[in-house]
Write a protein that binds this ligand. Sequence first.
Ligand code: CA
Length: 384
Amino acid sequence: MIRRALACLFTLGLVACATQPRPSTPPKQTAPQPRPVPAPTGSVPAETSVERRADAAPVDLTPVPFEVARANFIRDTAARFGLDPAFIEATLARANWREDTIKLMSKPAERTIGWNEYRPRFITASRISAGQAFLAEHRAQLSRVEQRTGVPAEIIVAILGVETSYGGYTGKTPVIDALYTLAFRYPRSGNPDRAQYEARRELFFRDELAQLFALAKEQRLDLSTLTGSYAGAMGLGQFMPSSYRDFGVDGDGDGRIDLLTDLDDVFASVANYFVKKGGAYGWERGGPVAVQARLAPDAVEFNPDDWTPTWTLGELATRGYTPLTPVPAGETATPVTLSTSSGPQYWLGFRNYYAITRYNNSKMYAMAVWQLSEAIAGRPLPPA
Ligand SMILES: [Ca+2]
């Protein structure tokens, strides 16, 4: 759910990533049974990814004393969501600064890795078999969501596999602590080139903290027990509060959106996110995700700034790109270059590829999720 993320070791996004502890959390009552799954890869939800959009408005860097910022936050959040300021004050008074959150958020980005290193971290035999078991166990529920939304069951399962090892590890950090920390003590590198970005990130998390209060009220969540990632992402799909509020769906019709323990709600919400988040490029029922391509030897690699799939096959052909497998007529795509130990690998990503990047703005994340979904569905994988 966010924009430019770099993930932990990968480039998923942004800054911080996901360094999650080993999975040890017992499953929730209605969540899947524990399975021998690999440690989560630690993607950070999109919302926590880095944003470096050129059009991002400048942020006022005038220092504001913490007490003033905190008081303004309480006043503004109470007014914005119709909450009792005394409740917000009392809740924040019990929140703790999380040094581990600061540390993880300030961790320097690891060296950029290639697809040949990234892929094996996500696409493993154990993750595939655990995904197949999860799909088999919940097939009826997933099929209903697929029929309604067009988002294939295996795509939903793959996202949950990458984010939380199918619910095996959803995070143990109190969400209120994580967001309070990042909202008011977002780590500063001291690098003037990053000052605007870091200030914007702090405001992003301050808004997420405000939305957490609204979410808790709307969905009757107990902020004293709610846990998630070190950056405040929650549940099997690792939704940030704003995404929970914007895209969460009550899948079982019990009047509540529970993305922490209710699989009907989780499946419906992940699918809804895919359909809606990309706007005009949201998930297309039955559409392709990606195909491998060949680049003509005399052509120049074409790497657009983002993965919006606006290029016609004719335009791509002009630039030297030829799909290796047939593509439905009328599809538009984005070229994607993956680096491997044996040289660049070229792909064309379609609207549904773009939809996956809305979950985490990384070309390798989207490719890994799609390929994992293919393996879970029992289809052959492209060579690494
Ligand atoms: Ca529900």
